[in-house]
Design a protein around this ligand. Structure first.
Ligand SMILES: CSCCC(=O)C(=O)COP(=O)(O)O
Ligand SMILES: [Mg+2]
Length: 228
C-alpha cells in the first residue's frame, strides 16, 4: 500500500453501507413516500429547485407533479444517479431518521477503521452519489454513533458523476492535495477507473468475496494498511 496516503475518499453504498440496507430500507422508503412528499413540499425551495432540475434534465419540460413522480420513480428503478432525485431522496430519508423510525447500517469494520485513520492524521472525505444531506444523515444515525465529525467534506454529484475522471480532479483541487496522495475506496471498478485516470491511488473494497480487478483489492476497510 502507498506509504504517502494523506487522505482517504470513501463512497457509501457498496464499500461502507451494505446493499441490503439500501435495497431493503432506503429505496422502498423513498419509493413509497415520493408522491406524497413532493405534493406536500412542492413549494419548499429545495424541492421546487429539484423538480425544476428534473424537468431540465428531461429536456426542458415544466413537469406536472404526477409526471415528475413517475419520472423519479423510473429513475429510481434504473438506479440513475441524477442529482435532483438524490436531493429528494435525502429529504425523504431525513423525515425517517429524525422521527427515529430508521437507523443507518454500516459494515461492522467501518467506524473503527475510520476512527483509526483519522487518529493517524489521515484526512477523510466522502464522495457519494447520495446528496450531501443524505450522506450526513446516514453517517450521523449509525449504530456506531455520529461519525460525521471524522470527515472534512462530503462531495456529491454536484461536483460531477463518480465515473468521470474530471470529478476526481475537481475534488483533489478542492482538497489542495496531490492526487497521488489521495486513496479512493469504492466497491465499483468503473468509479475506481475514473479515480485512477485522475491520478488517485485506488482500492476496490470487495465486500461480496474475492474479486478480479485492475485495482488493488481489499475485502473490507479493516484489512487495509495505509502505511506509516
Ligand atoms: C446511502 S446508500 C444509498 C444508495 C444511493 O442512493 C446511492 O446513490 C449510492 O451511493 P454511493 O455512495 O455508492 O455513490
Ligand atoms: Mg456505490
Amino acid at each position: 500500500m502507498n506509504e504517502q496516503v494523506r487522505a482517504v475518499l470513501i463512497e457509501l453504498e457498496g464499500a461502507a453501507v451494505p446493499m441490503a440496507f439500501v435495497t431493503g430500507t432506503l429505496t422502498p422508503l423513498a419509493q413509497a413516500r415520493l408522491g406524497a412528499f413532493i405534493a406536500e413540499h412542492a413549494s419548499d425551495p429545495d424541492v421546487e429547485d429539484a423538480l425544476e432540475e428534473t424537468g431540465r434534465l428531461l429536456g426542458g419540460f415544466d413537469l406536472k407533479l404526477e409526471e415528475a413522480e413517475a419520472l423519479l420513480l423510473r429513475w429510481m428503478k434504473q438506479n440513475r444517479k441524477a442529482t435532483p432525485l438524490k436531493t429528494i431522496q435525502g429529504l425523504i430519508w431525513r423525515e425517517s431518521y429524525e422521527a427515529g423510525s430508521i437507523k443507518s447500517e454500516l459494515y461492522p469494520d467501518v467506524a473503527e477503521s475510520l476512527r483509526s485513520w483519522a487518529s493517524s492524521g489521515r484526512r477523510l472525505f466522502v464522495y457519494s452519489s447520495n446528496s450531501r444531506l443524505a450522506q450526513q444523515l446516514l453517517l450521523s444515525h449509525s449504530a456506531a454513533g455520529d461519525l460525521t465529525s471524522l470527515f472534512e467534506e462530503f462531495f456529491d454529484t454536484s461536483i460531477g458523476q463518480k465515473i468521470e475522471p474530471a470529478s476526481y480532479r475537481a475534488i483533489c483541487e478542492r482538497l489542495d492535495l496531490p492526487s497521488g496522495s489521495v486513496l479512493a475506496l469504492s466497491g465499483d471498478g468503473e468509479e475506481l477507473d475514473a479515480a485512477q485516470s485522475a491520478g488517485l491511488a485506488t482500492t476496490l473494497i470487495a465486500r461480496e468475496g474475492p474479486a478480479d480487478s485492475r485495482h488493488a483489492v481489499s475485502p473490507d476497510f479493516a484489512s487495509l494498511n495505509l502505511g506509516s
